[in-house]
Design a protein around this ligand. Structure first.
Ligand code: NDP
Length: 310
């Protein structure tokens, strides 16, 4: 069996298309487009790429995107001042602070920043109020990556109601909100982590297996029930030739890619899983594009929400 590949690019394009009329209607009604403030601290290369993609996608969809950059020497207080300014600014409907923050800001800095964002503008869905609403099943702004996964499953006709879903990873930004969103769609959800016993066997009970771990090729075919849907959230840059050769067969295009560039981006799911799964999200081109599409959707929702009478 070879898995059906779930095309995140195509689904993201459809979502981005679907927000265009709302963007236009908002601009006509309010006299300005929905606005997104993105704050980037420092020069982390991966964050630079993510932010560039977010700015481009937002601008292409007709949003006003305002990128605010702070040097890597900025303090947490400097960052909180910027967040507070964006909270008070009318044309900024959504605020996103790109993580990770520089380590020098200290442990807990990201949470302090998320706590400071006005919940009405919290397009990442990380504020405690957003998390509480999500848990209660009345999210206005759900975190972009897990809600993108839900869109992908829905639009690919993968049944969630009654399905056994296993999520590997319990982070605040992916694993936990993913569990809530699947539970709200009537899946029976198990959340696994680094202390979980018998992980492969547990994963092999899943109809829907979500890998959000951050370890290249961790989920091997023995984790996967034949025919299951496997969602690979991981984005890992591999620079070690031994790891690349463990993942990709000699002569494969991905290995050739690695040998040409010296690095390759892979998910948490081993490429051999394609032989066992029924459906699989590729990396790149799976969940990643959906995360950005859902950010645009959240920005429009935040903009619309702010215009509604309280
Ligand atoms: P975190 O590091 O915050 O969380 C990783 C989770 O994986 C933790 O819960 C950890 O368990 C668990 N884990 C680690 N090792 C093991 C193991 N050996 N067995 C079982 N569980 C394990 O990562 P994130 O959730 O932020 O991200 C996960 C991946 O998704 C990363 O590759 C990241 O780059 C990617 N990502 C992709 C996005 C996209 O747009 N596609 C968006 C966000 C993230 P424990 O809690 O016990 O430590």
């Amino acid at each position: 069996m070879t898995a059906r590949l779930l095309d995140g690019q195509a689904i993201a394009a459809a979502i981005r298309q679907s927000v265009l009329p709302d963007v236009a209607a908002f601009a006509t009604a309010v006299g300005r487009p929905p606005g997104l403030g993105i704050v980037l601290v420092g020069e982390d290369p991966a964050s630079e790429i993510y932010v560039r993609n977010k700015v481009r996608a937002g601008t292409e969809s007709g949003l006003w995107v305002d990128l605010q950059r702070l040097p890597s020497s900025a303090t947490l207080e400097d960052l909180l001042v910027v967040v507070e300014r964006l909270n008070r600014s009318d044309p900024h409907d959504g605020i996103l602070v790109q993580s990770p923050l520089p380590a020098a800001m200290g442990r807990g800095a990201a949470q302090r920043v998320f706590d400071a964002i006005d919940p009405e503008k919290d397009v990442d869905g990380f504020h405690p109020v957003s998390v509480g609403r999500l848990v209660q099943g009345r999210a206005q702004l759900a975190p972009c990556t897990p809600s993108g996964v839900i869109e992908m499953l829905q639009r690919s006709d993968i049944p969630m109601s009654g399905a056994r879903a296993v999520i590997v990873g319990r982070s605040e930004i992916v694993g936990k909100p993913m569990a809530m969103l699947l539970l709200q769609r009537d899946a029976t959800v198990t959340v696994c982590h680094s202390k979980t016993r018998d992980l492969p066997a547990l994963c092999a009970t899943a109809d829907i297996l979500v890998a959000a771990i951050g370890r290249a090729g961790f989920v091997t075919p023995d984790f996967v029930r034949p025919g299951a849907t496997v969602v690979d959230v991981g984005i890992n840059r591999v620079t070690d030739g031994a790891i690349a050769r463990r993942l990709f067969a000699p002569g494969s295009p991905r290995l050739a890619d690695f040998e040409r560039r010296g690095s390759v981006v892979v998910g948490d799911v081993h490429p051999d899983v394609v032989e066992v799964a029924g459906a699989l999200t590729p990396v790149p081109g799976g969940v990643g594009p959906l995360t950005i599409a859902m950010l645009l959707k959240n920005t429009v929702a935040a903009a619309q929400g702010r215009q509604r009478p309280a």
